[in-house]
Ligand binder design. Structure first.
Ligand code: N01
Length: 545
């Protein structure tokens, strides 16, 4: 992708990031007649799907749902090859959409935004990139994604390791060759669980280092059939509406019964049917899996038994069977042959829950007295989620206050959209919104449409600035926590809680009252004259009223 250089130095809107949020934002802003510039550190669009090219990378939301719904022709013409799409197909789709809506000419690729400072005198944001450009804009929209800052743990001696190292979230564009190699994978979250079966097929030997056992459900992926695709396309209008008003931004039915109100036989039959069906919808088999410990225990036990059925080596099965958290309270994983991989002769599993990786040497990884030697080490160690990417940019609002300082005890937003003290700075799927606890595409579309609607409204009404009132923000932050604490989620050391990053404040970041509920709250806020936001006109415009 050719690198473009900004000629103009002022725009109505600066967008940071050209993933699914950034692509749609550019399109909506341009359609609304705004001048817009988008900065993207990669050399192409796609965000998550641009960076996460590891073998086995695949979305766990069905493609018919994990796609834009804003344009009828687009959703009718696009053909997905599989039920759950692989990364290359999703990236192809992102490029198709960006080309179809002529978005790329508004994007400056291979350009990283380093800082964004609000100037209270000009009432503009001043944005600096790593190309030493300074650009001003009335609005800045952070379309930076929720899991976009890859986290490599600080392991003593890592830099001395002579072999190759990779992180799943920053995978090279060229194929990584594991043939004949002794490979280590550190981490067994969604990325590790997808990559491990693929790497095992190729590597001479694979050693998996597991700190926390995770629950994983078979995907049961299949090629898309014409009939299935047609059934979706004929009913898209209704289905999208259903998604927008659903709990998680998808069409998946939620179980109506408690796991405890049925007898053991019926419970097992329901879980067997869901297991056979596959996918993360497994969690929705009953309505109280994430709110009732006894209900959760029944499902956790069912999956543990499945692991014992699949994995032949009982010692490995014991290590793989999760016991440290209720099922679903860490992001549920989906896989294609994950547990089966541990039946292969060329795969070993090392439990590092009690004895962590001590250090790395030139040739490998030390745990206790053992040195394991490798040619390649793959870090599937996750991300500094939801706040990491925002903190990597020096964002300063009124009075020079840094976002990082304001959020020192955890993110503080109103509706996950804005933070007080940072006027005209929007976040797409920010902390405090359904974001990562929903179908991201549904939530992205809602936020993009809301943000653009707000900017258009401000233009029409001569408003210069918008910013949350501190009281509305405080109430929202409390509300997000209150909703989370009615569930089992806070029990797990998850990245939702910031627990995967040493020193990160522990609080539940996404809003989990449901996508439909959240949408209604936002609609009411807007209908009520942007309740909880302060809208300011220029002093001259206000005087003329
Ligand atoms: O990251 P993770 P991920 N020593 O944080 C371990 C989305 N996603 O990239 O659990 C040893 O979940 C860590 O151990 P522990 C999805 O939202 C979606 O896999 O912290 N181990 C854990 O096992 C997902 O949730 C899809 O004890 C260390 C692993 O590394 C999110 O991305 C596919 C360690 C990290 O797991 C992130 O998933 C892929 C250390 N020092 C990703 N540090 C789909 O749509 C960390 N770990 C299917």
């Amino acid at each position: 992708m050719p690198h473009q250089t900004t000629v103009a130095s002022h725009f109505d809107v600066i967008i940071v990031g050209a993933g699914f949020s950034g692509i749609y934002l550019v399109h909506r802003c341009v359609t609304a007649g705004m001048s817009v510039r988008c900065y993207e550190r990669g050399d192409g669009v796609g965000g998550t799907w641009y960076w996460n090219r590891y073998p086995g990378a695949r979305c766990d939301v069905e493609s018919m749902e994990y796609s834009y719904g804003f344009d009828e022709a687009l959703q009718q013409e696009w053909e997905w090859p599989e039920k759950y799409s692989a990364q290359p197909d999703i990236l192809r789709y992102a490029n198709h959409v960006a080309d179809r809506f002529d978005v790329k000419r508004h994007i400056e690729f291979e350009t990283e935004v380093k800082s964004a400072h609000f100037d209270p005198v000009s009432r503009l944001w001043s944005v600096q990139t790593d190309h030493a450009q300074t650009i001003t804009a009335k609005f800045v929209v952070m379309a930076t994604g929720c899991i976009s800052t890859a986290q490599v743990p600080e392991i003593e001696g890592l830099s001395q390791f002579k072999g190759e190292t990779y992180h799943t979230g920053a995978w090279p564009h060229e194929k990584v060759d594991f043939n004949g190699k002794r490979v280590a994978v550190i981490g067994t979250g969604s990325s590790g669980i997808q990559a491990i079966p693929e790497i095992a097929k190729e590597a001479d030997h694979l050693t998996v280092f597991q700190r926390t056992a995770n629950f994983s459900i078979p995907t049961r992926n299949a090629p898309m059939t014409a009939e299935y695709s047609r059934s979706w396309k004929e009913g898209y209008a209704n289905k999208r509406e259903l998604m927008r008003n659903s709990h998680q931004g998808n069409t998946r039915p939620r179980g109506e019964k408690s796991a405890l109100e049925v007898n053991a036989e019926e419970r097992r039959a329901t879980l067997e049917a869901q297991w056979k069906n596959g996918g993360s919808g497994f969690l929705a088999a009953f309505n109280d899996i994430l709110t009732s410990q006894p209900a959760n225990d029944t499902m956790s036990e069912f999956v543990r038994n499945k692991i014992f059925e699949i994995v032949k080596d009982k010692r490995a099965a014991e290590i793989l069977a999760p016991k440290s958290h209720p099922i679903g309270t860490k992001r549920i994983c989906v896989d294609s042959g994950y547990y089966e991989t541990f039946n292969r002769d060329n795969v070993d599993l090392i439990d590092i829950s009690q004895e962590p990786i001590e250090r790395m040497t030139e040739s490998g990884i030390c745990v206790g007295d053992n040195l394991y030697e490798f040619d390649t080490v793959v870090f599937a160690t996750g991300f500094d989620a939801m706040t990491g990417t925002l903190f990597n940019i020096d964002i300063r609002g009124r009075n020079g206050l840094a976002l990082k300082e304001k959020w020192v005890a955890g993110p503080r937003t109103y509706l996950g959209l804005m933070s007080e003290g940072f006027p005209n700075l929007f976040m797409i799927t920010g902390p405090g919104s359904p974001s990562v606890k929903s179908n991201m595409l549904t939530s992205i579309e809602q936020h993009v449409e809301l943000v653009v609607h707000t900017m258009v409204h401000m233009r029409a009404e001569n408003f210069e600035l918008i910013e949350p009132e501190i009281s509305a923000e405080d109430k929202w932050v409390d509300h997000v926590q209150e909703v989370a604490h009615k569930t089992l989620f806070p029990q797990a050391n998850s990245w939702y809680m910031g627990a995967n990053i040493p020193g990160k404040p522990r609080l539940f970041m996404p809003y989990i009252a449901g996508v439909g509920t959240y949408r209604r709250i936002c609609e009411e806020v807007v209908a009520d004259g942007y309740r909880g936001f302060r809208l300011e006109r220029l002093p001259s415009a206000a005087a003329a009223e």
